[in-house]
Design a protein. Structure first.
Length: 400
């Protein structure tokens, strides 16, 4: 039997080394790369062992909805990178967000959330939570007074997504954590856009950190996956909720994602380098009305970006000059860049949020988070930056 590697894992001083070396201990076969445990259950040597494992008196695997060596390896490595001590892997990023939101709430509770959110998260809060008697208040990402005024005696959870999708609005994590502490609330953050290489919210005191591992963690557009990680205390309810409701990550997907973490640092460095050059190109183009990229000095929240992010990330949003029709013509003239909702891929991917990912929102809801009809979101990939820029430049010229 493989041991849970928490017990054995050596922690190294550097992120890159933990990403590469954080792996389960070897079996007697001495494999260098972890094998895949495609099994739903595990065998006990005796009735007594079965009893002890079920009673949580002894460590051991018994059923893959609860835990599996591959999901453990992935999530424990992610915990090391996020600087927290507990977590669980989930089948998708939305399962992670749903767990983090639901696990601590009950009927009558209230949640305060930043308004700029991934659409499905917005739909959970707006459409589903009211069915269960849970109310919410949305606030502008950067408006501190609005955050303070939104807190009610029944507020239990503050939920943030920073940088946000697709507007790249930032929330001051340290400020929201301090507000939560004063009011006895938990802070959950969707860290998918940044990845732990760029932003580690636990460093500012966040209790629960959610990931869509489908994005930068996989990094190659191959698999769905997610995780919630955080303090033992905050994770207890999340684990209970997850074990009963079953949003478990499959061992094969966990194996892919654990391997992907090994290359996260090198990929993110290159993504961010390309994105910075891309944002600079856009900010100098007359065909572009506005550019949003956290590490551009012209960015309204540049100071905050520098405070809580190590690099600017791979996401760039911009508005094409000349109106909606021109924006659509521009998209149709692209020859290399993929028009697809995924992000965090090696391939540069472009989305028109108003007509696709955010089409479920009303026009007022979209405009409240600055999603105009001319807004385009790009996940800058790992192609040569000159080829990415050439494709955009060509499409801008052809769409005039
Ligand atoms: C994609 C995404 C999600 C949802 O993740 P899935 O893996 O698609 O379920 C949640 N939050 C953000 C910020 C995302 O980009």
């Amino acid at each position: 039997m493989y041991k849970l590697f928490t017990a054995n894992m050596k922690k190294y001083p550097h992120f890159e080394t933990n990403a590469v070396r954080g792996q389960m201990s070897r079996s007697q076969k001495k494999e260098h790369s972890a094998p895949i445990f495609a099994t739903s259950s595990f065998v006990f040597d005796s009735a007594e062992e079965a009893r002890a494992v079920f009673a949580e008196e002894a460590d051991g695997y018994f059923y893959s909805r609860y835990s599996n060596p591959n999901t453990d390896e992935f999530v424990e490595k992610l915990c090391a990178l996020e600087g927290v001590d507990d977590g669980i892997a989930t089948a998708t990023g939305m399962a992670a967000n749903f767990l983090a939101i639901m696990a601590h709430l009950r009927a009558g509770d209230h949640i305060v959330s930043s308004r700029s959110l991934f659409t499905s998260t917005h739909q959970i809060i707006t459409q589903l939570l009211p069915r269960y008697g849970i109310s919410h208040t949305y606030v502008d990402c950067g408006d501190k007074e609005e955050w303070q005024e939104a807190i009610m005696p029944t507020t239990r959870l503050l939920f943030i997504e920073t940088p946000s999708n697709p507007g790249l609005d930032l929330v001051d994590i340290g400020f929201v954590v301090a507000l939560a502490r004063e009011n006895n609330c938990i802070v959950a953050i969707d860290n998918s856009f940044a990845s732990p290489y760029i932003q580690t919210p636990a460093q500012f005191g966040a209790d629960l950190i959610c990931h869509s591992a489908t994005k930068f963690i996989d990094g190659q557009g191959r698999t769905m996956g997610g995780a919630v990680v955080g303090s033992h205390e905050a994770m207890e309810q999340v684990r209970f909720f997850a074990r009963q409701t079953g949003p478990t990550l499959a061992p094969f997907n966990a194996w892919i994602l654990s391997k992907s973490l090994e290359t996260l640092p090198v990929r993110m460095e290159k993504h961010c380098q390309n994105a910075m050059k891309f944002a600079e190109f856009l900010s100098q183009s007359k065909d572009i009305q506005s550019v949003r990229y956290p590490f551009l000095p012209s960015y309204p929240q540049y100071e905050l970006a520098k405070k809580q992010m190590r690099l600017g990330g791979a996401m760039v949003s911009f508005e094409v000059a000349g109106g909606y029709e021109r924006c659509i013509r521009f998209i149709d003239k692209l020859e290399m860049i993929s028009v697809t909702p995924n992000l965090g891929d090696t391939r540069t991917a472009l989305t028109h949020p108003a007509s696709t990912t955010h089409s479920k929102l009303s026009e007022d809801e979209r405009l409240a988070v600055n999603i105009t009809k001319e807004l385009v979101r790009v996940s800058v990939g790992l192609e040569h930056i000159d080829d990415i820029i050439a494709d955009v430049d060509h499409a801008l010229k052809k769409s005039k």
